[in-house]
Design a protein around this ligand. Structure first.
Ligand SMILES: NC(=O)c1ccc[n+]([C@@H]2O[C@H](COP(=O)([O-])OP(=O)(O)OC[C@H]3O[C@@H](n4cnc5c(N)ncnc54)[C@H](O)[C@@H]3O)[C@@H](O)[C@H]2O)c1
Length: 393
């Protein structure tokens, strides 16, 4: 049987656009043609187009006219507008994390550190509502690019939960490293917050997802978040912070540490840490403590491969692992980091949804629960950690 032809476009030409392009090229279930790219400047659009042998589009509408799928790989503040535009044309938006958020009140001197978090939550919930409404009106669906859902370790835990009907009592997890590379990160009005949304959304979504899986397996319906307690800190902005140059420290108005504690509808819990202050490469993991089993999902690092390199320069052109500070000595070298992070599996699943109408695990409801929980987390953190309800949309 011949494979369905799917035409695809990419908006954005930075870090995530590159791994989306790579994953789209590797799709097996459909015959994917990457038509072209549109980014902020002509130079970046043309540079990306030339590098990958695709067409450069100065105009997003022109790109949308010729595609079935749009990979949205641009700063979070732009996700809603572009996704809604795609949905209005029946184009499937693959939306990078976080789905959306609150990006200030438009004032030039907006400062996330002193802003009203109640207003932030209302703004984020309104944005989610607009996206869900556009999806409801569209023949396309939102495909939420949360790669943790598709990471092999998380998918193995899905199988365990489905087959053993286990009850998760507590999950704890973390995403951390020594600082995001993206220039937009650090400005609330571009990123919608700091570590809690930028990094915490990953383990949080995985935890929300696994509780949904448990609910589906045990009762035929997902178990969703009910309340959140959170704390945030800006450790690199402390007056006495000792800057040794190993940690990025130029954030403008965001937190670089967050602890988010979620209570689910059944009273069980998840605790997620997110930060920009951890050396030694990315630290991405989720541990599941169920009544009938325990699982440690190590996304990165994992010890599948360990290398010892006595001379730094020997590994100059060898990729070791994300955000590692040195390649000398022992390292948990990643044999296939994209695979461990779930990127190709995620994109394959999205094209199965487009080509065959398959359900997606990382859908708009999961994304909405994540953003809603995070902004209740910001309200809680603003009140010193008081428990806040999570609005389910
Ligand atoms: N899943 C992951 O692990 C992961 C990793 C990195 C980034 N991301 C997400 O990907 C998204 C983009 O981050 P990034 O790291 O690729 O950022 P980046 O800074 O590397 O690239 C951003 C791109 O957006 C483009 N852009 C900015 N404004 C635009 C506009 N108005 N119109 C068209 N293009 C515009 C820029 O030209 C640039 O190419 C963010 O939502 C981020 O959270 C996800």
């Amino acid at each position: 049987m011949s494979k369905a032809k799917v035409r695809t476009g990419i908006v954005g030409a930075g870090f995530s656009a590159s791994f989306h392009h790579e994953a789209a090229r590797r799709v097996y279930c459909a015959d994917v043609e990457v038509v072209g790219v549109h980014a902020k400047t002509q130079a970046s659009t043309q540079g990306f187009a030339k590098k990958h042998g695709i067409q450069a589009f100065d105009d997003l509408d022109a790109l949308l006219d010729g595609v079935d799928v749009l990979h949205i790989c641009i700063p979070p503040a732009l996700h809603e507008a572009v996704a809604v535009k795609a949905l209005e044309r029946g184009v499937f938006p693959i939306v990078e994390k976080p789905l959306t958020g609150y990006f200030g009140d438009g004032a030039e001197n907006f400062d996330g550190r002193t802003a009203s978090m109640t207003q932030a939550r209302n703004g984020a919930l309104d944005s989610i509502r607009r996206m869900l409404a556009a999806e409801a009106q569209s023949k396309a669906r939102i495909l939420y690019a949360e790669n943790w859902v598709y990471a092999p370790t998380i998918q193995k835990e899905r199988e365990i939960l489905e087959k053993t009907k286990g009850q998760i009592l507590w999950m704890h997890g973390e995403e951390a490293h020594s600082g995001s590379h993206a220039p937009s990160y650090g400005h609330w009005n571009l990123a919608g917050g700091g570590a809690m949304i930028g990094k915490g959304c990953h383990p949080l979504t995985a935890a929300l997802y696994l509780k949904r899986v448990e609910g589906r397996a045990r009762f035929g319906k997902p178990i969703r978040p009910a309340t959140v307690t959170a704390r945030t800190h800006a450790l690199t902005q402390l007056p006495d912070f000792v800057d040794t140059g190993h940690i990025r420290a130029d954030y403008v108005d965001i937190e670089d540490f967050a602890m988010t504690h979620v209570t689910f509808q059944d009273g069980t819990i998840a605790t997620v840490f997110a930060s920009d202050i951890v050396l030694g490469g990315v630290h991405n993991w989720l541990e599941v403590c169920a009544g009938n089993h325990r699982t440690i999902c190590n996304l990165n690092p994992s010890n599948q491969l360990q290398t010892y390199n006595p001379v730094e320069s020997q590994f100059d052109d060898i990729y070791v692992v994300e955000k590692i500070g040195t390649k000398q000595g022992w390292a948990m070298t990643a044999p296939d980091e994209d695979f461990s992070h779930g990127f190709p599996q995620e994109i394959e699943a999205f094209y199965r949804a487009v080509a065959n109408g398959d359900d997606v695990e990382s859908n708009s409801e999961l994304a909405a629960d994540c953003i809603s929980a995070i902004y209740s987390g910001y309200v809680s953190a603003g009140n010193g950690g008081v428990e806040e309800p999570v609005t389910l949309l």
